[in-house]
Ligand binder design. Sequence first.
Ligand SMILES: [Zn+2]
Ligand SMILES: [Zn+2]
Ligand SMILES: [Zn+2]
Ligand SMILES: [Zn+2]
Length: 133
Amino acid sequence: MCRGFPINHPCGHMSVKWDFCPPVRSSKNFDPQRHSEPCDKHSFSASQPSNDRCILRHCAYHKVLEQGHGRWTCCKCHGRVENIGYCENPDPKPEWYVLDPDTQEFRPGELCNHGCCRSCLAGWITGYGGQKN
Ligand SMILES: [Zn+2]
Ligand SMILES: [Zn+2]
Ligand SMILES: [Zn+2]
Ligand SMILES: [Zn+2]
């Protein structure tokens, strides 16, 4: 049985590292350097956070990191995001509000949750809402 180890990357993407079982490893098509398919009976471990880059080439957050800093400006809510690849700012147009148990006030109940995309990057590069450093 193959075992998958899901990894949560800082950008919010997820990837799976496989520990392949002997039948898969000994099959003709198996190539450890390339993406191989697990057998039908595979199972998953609990996901683990990691600071490794995700494997997605188009991941916009990689560009942010390549520029040497982990901050960008969300194209959806125009909020500043630091050191993660998805936006944790409150949604500018939340559909519902929740009662905050600490303050007894209603506050937006949803986070933006927008993942860093090309529009975020475009805005950031032209200085729209964003600042370098
Ligand atoms: Zn297997
Ligand atoms: Zn990613
Ligand atoms: Zn946002
Ligand atoms: Zn965006």
